[in-house]
Write a protein that binds this ligand. Structure first.
Ligand code: SF4
Length: 115
C-alpha cells in the first residue's frame, strides 16, 4: 500500500497521546490538528480500510468512523443489484490482513515513512 500520504501529516512530531483521547469529548485537540491536515482524506480512508479501532484518524474518532462505515454499507445496499444476477456484494473496503499498527503520528515519528 502506498503510504506516501504519511509524508504530509500535520501530526508528525506531536505527542501521540493527543490522538488517543480517553473519550470522544476529549478529541477536540486532535480534530483541530486534523482539520488543517493536507492528508486528512487519505488518513481517514486508511483508518476505515484498515479498521483502525482506536485513536483519531482523519479527524474522526472510532465512533465516528463506525458511523461512516455503516452509512456506506447502507448506501451500497441501496445501490446493490438484486441478488441472483451474478453480482457479488462489495465489502466496506476492508483489506484482509493489512492492518497497520499505530497512527500516522506514531508511524511518522518512528521513522517508518518511506522505508
Ligand atoms: S491523524 Fe491523519 S488527518 Fe490527523 S493530522 Fe495526522 S495524518 Fe493528518
Amino acid at each position: 500500500m502506498d503510504r506516501g500520504w504519511l509524508n504530509g501529516c500535520s501530526c508528525r512530531g506531536l505527542d501521540p497521546a493527543i490522538f488517543y483521547p480517553t473519550s470522544d469529548e476529549d478529541a477536540d485537540e486532535a480534530k483541530a490538528v486534523c482539520g488543517v491536515c493536507p492528508v486528512q482524506e487519505e488518513c481517514l480512508e486508511h483508518a476505515i480500510v484498515h479498521r483502525e479501532h482506536s485513536g483519531v484518524w482523519g479527524g474522526a474518532t472510532e465512533r465516528e468512523r463506525q458511523r461512516i462505515i455503516r452509512r456506506r454499507r447502507r448506501l451500497r445496499a441501496l445501490n446493490a443489484p438484486a441478488a441472483g444476477d451474478g453480482a457479488t456484494a462489495a465489502s466496506d473496503g476492508a483489506v484482509a490482513g493489512a492492518a497497520v499498527a499505530g497512527s500516522p503520528v506514531t508511524v511518522g515519528s518512528a521513522g517508518a515513512v518511506g522505508s
